[in-house]
Design a protein. Structure first.
Length: 388
């Protein structure tokens, strides 16, 4: 089957239900008995070759799109999907001042012509640094974004076109900023399209996630008094204070949810001091907790650990979410966070995608071609079950 843009020269014996060169707006009312008739939706779609998800992944990964620099990949997708008959909207996503980036970046939405989608596939266009050039062999795709999440994006686009050809009302939403602060998802949530379901894509090994852990990010800042290290009695070490706080954090007993697992804590960055012979007057640590429930007890535990030694600033919270299961599909629990909590106006969420989170964000990121092709079929299966 082939699809894309309107047929310029219909074959002999076929009746054109809509003006050639324009997307169909109304159902065909002609009889299909006496002669072949091209129903508008089918007529519009059965024109070009189907999307090859491997080839599209290859194209997407050739475009560097580290967070804050998603503009070029958004431009590519908007043009690509528009040429295939989708109604495309490209919405600006604000650049934060601290990003240092000056170029534009976008969310890209592609939906049915003048119709509300019943289901929307969504994932993110941005990747973590550093950029790793694309390469492949017979079995795998390699490079930054192949599984997180450009291969997922390609699989969703390929699945959506098949479903569209079947007459299902589906859409695509590709956002910026997921790897940092979900800025694109937050912006998209202000302009939902009325969909009943949202299938979000992240690397889940093609298993449907039953839950996704949340995240609580905190900055611990200790203050002291600078002095010569030969006379410690004249100073007050901020580093020593912070080290004591971090020891308390590592020893914390955090909440556990039986069917999900434990909350986990990571001290990701530590900064402070000037030189070994200078008592530090400032020190700071960045901490991330993966949530398995309400954040309140975790917040209280972090504040208690810092008492009398440091100040705590909570800079980000993404809530823990439970997700819908679909009969017949293998399941898992995602220990990572997603854009789903920020897309609450886009319908009931599900989480599914090819690839392993264990290689995402690493120099060894890869995705099996077989798994990518299987994802297309899984996306179609889930959509049909939800909309059938």
């Amino acid at each position: 089957m082939a699809w894309n843009v309107p047929l310029r020269n219909p074959p002999d014996g076929w009746l054109v239900c809509q003006p050639i060169g324009t997307p169909p707006q109304t159902p065909c009312e002609e009889s299909h008995i006496e002669r072949p008739v091209v129903c508008p939706t089918v007529f519009w779609l059965h024109m070009f070759e189907p999307i090859d998800p491997i080839a599209l992944t290859r194209q997407l990964c050739a475009i560097e799109s580290t967070t804050y620099y998603e503009g070029p990949v958004g431009d590519f997708l908007a043009e690509f999907l528009s040429a295939r008959g989708w109604a495309v909207e490209k919405t600006p996503v604000e650049q934060p001042g601290e990003s240092g980036a000056t170029g534009p970046r976008w969310n890209v939405y592609a939906g049915p012509q003048e119709q509300r989608p019943d289901l929307v596939f969504s994932t993110h266009m941005d990747t973590v640094p550093p950029y790793i050039p694309f390469r492949e062999d017979e079995e795998f795709l390699y490079g930054r974004g192949v599984c997180d999440a450009k291969g997922i994006l390609a699989a969703q686009a390929a699945a959506a076109e098949v479903l569209r050809a079947e007459g299902l009302r589906v859409g695509l939403l590709f956002v910026s900023g997921e790897e940092r602060d979900s800025a694109g998802a937050k912006a998209a949530n202000e302009n939902p399209k009325g969909s009943r379901f949202l299938i979000n894509g992240e690397p889940t090994d093609n298993r449907l996630a039953l839950a996704s852990k949340g995240a609580l990010r905190a900055v611990f800042r200790a203050s002291g008094k600078m002095a010569h290290s030969a006379y410690p009695e004249l100073g007050d070490s901020a580093v020593h204070k912070l080290v004591e706080v971090l020891a308390r954090l590592v020893a914390l007993e955090l909440p556990v949810t039986e069917d999900v697992g434990p909350s986990t804590l990571n001290i990701g960055q530590v900064q402070g001091g000037y030189a070994p012979n200078v008592i530090a007057d400032k020190a700071e640590a960045q901490v991330l907790v993966r949530l398995v429930g309400d954040s309140t007890p975790v917040r209280e535990a972090l504040v208690k650990a810092a008492k009398d030694l440091a100040e705590v600033d909570f800079t980000l919270e993404i809530p823990f979410v439970r997700l819908r299961a679909v009969p017949g599909l293998p399941t898992m629990v995602a220990k990572f966070t997603t854009d789903i909590p920020q897309l609450s106006n886009w319908g009931e969420p599900l989480l599914l995608g090819p690839g392993s989170i264990h290689v995402a964000h690493t120099p060894y990121e890869k995705l099996a071609k077989k798994e990518l092709l299987e994802a297309v079929q899984l996306y179609m299966q889930v959509a049909r079950q939800l909309l059938g």
